[in-house]
Design a protein around this ligand. Structure first.
Ligand SMILES: [Zn+2]
Length: 83
């Protein structure tokens, strides 16, 4: 393998331990829940999910899970309650 590529791989390993370097903006994800799959994501600074609970409460377990998984990589946004 080229030495320059090896250097990049080493750098990527180091960067991967510093998630605060990454700021995720818009994305969509499929979440496989216990009973059903849901589509959720972040768009224009607002969360959305197609589950029933989110429709009622503007918050749901799928979004809470993504927030835990992505942590520092997420921008500080409100939970989408204004939707
Ligand atoms: Zn949901």
């Amino acid at each position: 393998m080229q030495s320059s590529l090896i250097g990049k791989i080493e750098k990527a390993k180091r960067y991967a331990e510093e998630p605060e370097r990454v700021a995720i903006s818009d994305f969509t994800a499929e979440f496989r829940g216990e009973n059903d799959s849901h589509i959720l994501g972040l768009s224009g600074g607002k969360w959305h999910c197609n589950c029933h609970f989110f429709t009622q409460w503007g918050e749901c377990v799928h979004i809470m899970t993504l927030q835990r998984l992505l942590g520092k990589m997420l921008p500080q946004v409100d939970s989408g309650k204004s939707i």
